[in-house]
Design a protein around this ligand. Sequence first.
Ligand code: NAP
Ligand code: G4F
Length: 343
Amino acid sequence: MTKRAFITGITGQDGSYLAELLLAKGYEVHGLIRRASTFNTSRIEHLYVDPHNPSAHLFLYYGDLTDGSRLVTLMSEIRPDEVYHLAAQSHVRVSFDEPEYTADVTGTGTIRLLEAVRMSGIETRFYQASSSEQYGATPPPQNETTPFYPRSPYGAAKLYSFWITKNYREAYGLFASNGILFNHESPRRGETFVTRKITRAAARIKAGVQDDLYLGNLDAIRDWGYAAEYVEGMWRMLQADEPDDFVLATGGSVTVRDFLQTAFDHVGLRWEDHVKFDQRYLRPTEVDALVGDASKAKSVLGWEATVDAQQLARIMVDADVEALEHDGRPWIDKVNLASWDTA
Ligand code: NAP
Ligand code: G4F
């Protein structure tokens, strides 16, 4: 029997890797996309086959986490075996600018989807994309028993989603698991998250199409892993015997400054010659240090990260260098990134 998966956030970094993984495993993949005036499907273009073609296994549907009745319709019609809930307003700095919207999408959006599952009466397994941001001010190392102390509207919204997912597990017997994922990155990472901002800038400065890189707090510590590995962990959570909550992390502890050093070294540049401070990238409350302990995922799911932050930085810089070389547009695209990146 072909398994059917439904992915919210399929156009995002993780959604694209997960869709790739599930298609490779023989799943039929159904994804929620937002209507936009420009195409927002670039991360999954390589997977798309015209649905009129019998070989098509990927199907896309317009919808939005703010539209509960649409979610009910989709759950009733698609009747997925597995639901991967990845969609969110996922940018921490932006959540301070748009706290109410972030609560609606990143928090309430989850209850809309859980209710859609419940109201449609389907038998399905549910994955919630929970976050290490939920630990916030609680010092590392962090694992499944560490108390949460969110430090942003995003972290607080994710905390709601975490608990409501657990509540549906306990109240209705839904097979619902939280993946508490530490930062994971890739060449597909959104351009305003710090790792991608750095690797893209390193490539552009090396190519002579950018001079400076404006950043905020360089002292923050993160546990950066490779997104392609983390989606395997999500899938394993839904194949487990019991629903549960799992941390996925590398266990590594790296500052933003360390990541800068590795990325710029890789293209033979000194970051100190190009990086400037801009306070607009500071957050009203910062999360100083996130370092995960993923030993439960290793023992129960057999999942372990293999790519560390240094390897990841080099993978991402190489991809950004290659993208510049093949795109052909950097010469007409000479912009100062700080002029549009307010996140
Ligand atoms: P991402 O690249 O920002 O992708 C977010 C996805 O959500 C996109 O597909 C986006 O659609 C969609 N989306 C946003 N608002 C929506 C709405 N109102 N209705 C429907 N879809 C909406 O995020 P990611 O890095 O892949 O992360 C995936 C999930 O894991 C997120 O929930 C994130 O908060 C969580 N998480 C991420 C990390 C990490 O380090 N990456 C760590 C822990 C948890 P568009 O393409 O149209 O914008
Ligand atoms: O790359 P970031 O924006 O990621 P952050 O805030 O850790 O959030 C990411 O990871 C979470 C998991 O812990 C996810 F839940 C969330 O969805 C997202 O994927 O910032 C990382 C660090 C922060 O301490 C920030 O203050 O980098 C610091 N930073 C310094 N300069 C900057 C910048 N961050 C951004 N985005 N832009 C800067 O210029």
